[in-house]
Design a protein. Sequence first.
Length: 311
Amino acid sequence: MQRGLLWASQNETLRTRLPRYRFVQRAVRKFMPGDTIEDALGAAESFAAQGLPTSLTQLGENVTTADEADVVTRHYLDVLARVSERGLDTEISVKLTHLGLDFDPELTYRNTERLAARARDLGNWLWIDMEASSYVEATLRTYRRLNADLPHVGICLQAYLRRTASDIDSLPTGGGIRLVKGAYREPSSLLVGPKRAVDEGYLDLAQKLALRAQQGNLRLALATHDVRLIGRIEQAANRAGVGRGAYEIQMLYGIRHGDQLRLIHQGYRVRTLIAYGSSWYPWYMRRLAERPANLFFVARNLFGRAPVAAS
Ligand SMILES: Cc1cc2nc3c(=O)[nH]c(=O)nc-3n(C[C@H](O)[C@H](O)[C@H](O)COP(=O)(O)OP(=O)(O)OC[C@H]3O[C@@H](n4cnc5c(N)ncnc54)[C@H](O)[C@@H]3O)c2cc1C
């Protein structure tokens, strides 16, 4: 089921057809507040009122022209300005293929640098997502280059990839790391093993990074909804003399909101990533693949109201 959903996330025909169905459009609202930046900022304000800082990401990936990449870059510059005007503790998170990585890594670097510099000037932070394995090398290269002058930038690393342990050793000691399990369909030769091995690998990497964060100036975000694993990480960290202050927890909008609030009340630092935009299909299919039980939610939307195919 999971592999099928990840295959569907890359299928062009489904990408064009499925988003036209209203029941799919309704189901996707569980994971995102709406298509526009105003929808996302509205959600960020309501989360702020609950004590939850946020990050924003505009959905979209694999742009094919410099003009498209420029539009995305300008959009994020505008987001940073609006966040600052509203006084929100809201960061931005970008995908490098949304900024041009498929056709011009140098242009992508310049676009990302513009965002990182503006984020620094506004006292904000920029996160770089990690996409499929074919992009890992170029994404790390961009991050290393930025990190030399712009420490207010963090990168996502995926625990499911075998290479991640050595990638961690090759990264600068400062900056930021957001550790995730990994969301893409990858050949098994690149993976640490089945889900159980990914979970155990995540625990090991998190411990190692938490120690580094406590000793130095690394900002560490554990981006997972796996609250049992978070508990195990905390126990292991405690044994190593590493306190909760060394790391933060990040989760997605629409997933385990109650746990996010509970963790805040228990003294953890928690941040919610809010996605918005109209190009949600591949991203949404990856959310379904993470928990195929979400398909029941889609089905409820199908049977709850008459399915209408939008044009
Ligand atoms: C802030 C943030 C940023 C991310 N950025 C990236 C990135 O740049 N690159 C990348 O490859 N991946 C990214 N991911 C996704 C990540 O790789 C995982 O696919 C995702 O977080 C699910 O794994 P998990 O760690 O929550 O653990 P799991 O073991 O998959 O889930 C633990 C529990 O969380 C709940 N849960 C998890 N996913 C869902 C869901 N979709 N719907 C409902 N409940 C769910 C379930 O209760 C599940 O039992 C990001 C995740 C977060 C939170």
